[in-house]
Design a protein. Structure first.
Length: 204
């Protein structure tokens, strides 16, 4: 049985939950040796899969890099400053966009049987895949935090090299590599400034 949608807009997360997800959450640079289980990742995905994407297209694909052999294939493609932390994190995930996501649309949007044909142009389809997978990456990072874990997202890597190594058929495009686990000693840099509301939000 699926849960009924929440319709009361007055509901809000407790301040402690908001702190966990945002105000006190940080990007981790070191991790403990505590493993991250498949069950934890499945629970994270089963939560964040409900985040919205354009026409429910869901192009994000997650590759968990668990074996030492796979880690050895990934680390050389990371920027030098990211290699040690990627080598040592309890779990590393490659987050990628599926450029053939439109093949799933008949299943994901059953009331629009023509939806697949909206994405026949490969350039437009890849743009949609990257944009919507980017949305899902944001949900995924928040989901990691919601599970009581820390995320270390990194764009410092050779995406073409990762794609050639892990996705040689060209269907997936790597967008982010994220280390996952419990934060270790000296895990955080100092909090950097954020832009204030009045510099970001305007009313027209």
């Amino acid at each position: 049985m699926t849960a009924a949608p929440v319709t009361r807009t007055a509901l809000a997360l407790a301040p402690e939950a908001q702190d966990l997800l945002f105000r006190q959450a940080r990007t981790a640079n070191t991790f403990t040796d505590e493993p991250v289980t498949d069950e934890q990742i499945e629970a994270i995905y089963d939560l964040v899969k409900f985040g919205p994407t354009s026409i429910n297209c869901q192009p994000l694909r997650v590759v968990l890099v668990r074996s030492e052999q796979a880690r050895a294939r990934l680390v050389p493609h990371m920027a030098e400053s990211n290699q040690a932390k990627t080598r040592q994190a309890p779990l590393v995930a490659i987050l990628a966009a599926d450029t053939e996501f439109h093949d799933e649309l008949p299943r994901l949007v059953p009331f629009k049987p023509e939806a697949r044909d909206w994405f026949l142009d490969p350039t437009m389809r890849e743009h949609a895949a990257r944009f919507n997978a980017g949305l899902q990456i944001g949900y995924f990072i928040i989901g990691i935090r919601a599970a009581g874990l820390a995320a270390g997202p990194m764009i410092g890597f050779d995406a073409a090299g990762v794609d050639a190594e892990f996705f040689p058929d060209g269907r997936y495009r790597s967008l982010l590599v994220v280390n996952i686990g419990l934060p270790g000693p000296d895990a955080w840099f100092d909090r950097l400034p954020r832009l204030p509301h009045d510099e970001v939000v305007t009313t027209v």
